[in-house]
Design a protein around this ligand. Structure first.
Ligand SMILES: [Zn+2]
Length: 111
């Protein structure tokens, strides 16, 4: 037997875990503090994965893909060190290709 509560709008007795009142159809957000707040948080970068990947493959030694995704500091480092002697370059290609690279704001480049 599930717990019951009252709709704060129409007073109908409804299931404790209802989010929408079946009687009046209104949203019961925050009633009794029992309704979980659903927060949809996007952590997907607005940068294009394919653009970042192509830049990394063709211009990765120069860190151009890092400038593109907003990682200017390491972009300069890549430029000066030829992508950490190629190691950082290969690393970045793998990270971007597998959809686990992040942009300058920490958002995942997956699209
Ligand atoms: Zn209601």
């Amino acid at each position: 037997m599930s717990q019951k509560k009252f709709c704060k709008y129409c007073g109908a007795v409804i299931d404790q875990d209802s989010i929408i009142c079946p009687e009046c159809g209104r949203k019961l957000e925050g009633l009794n503090g029992s309704t979980p707040h659903i927060i949809i948080q996007s952590n997907t970068s607005s940068k294009s994965k394919i653009v970042a990947l192509l830049l990394a493959i063709f211009l990765g030694e120069l860190g151009i893909h890092r400038f593109y995704v907003g990682k200017v500091g390491t972009g300069i480092l890549w430029l000066l060190t030829a992508g950490l002697c190629g190691i950082g370059w290969i690393y970045d290609i793998v990270k971007i290709a597998t959809g686990t690279a992040t942009d300058g704001a920490g958002m995942v480049i997956r699209n």
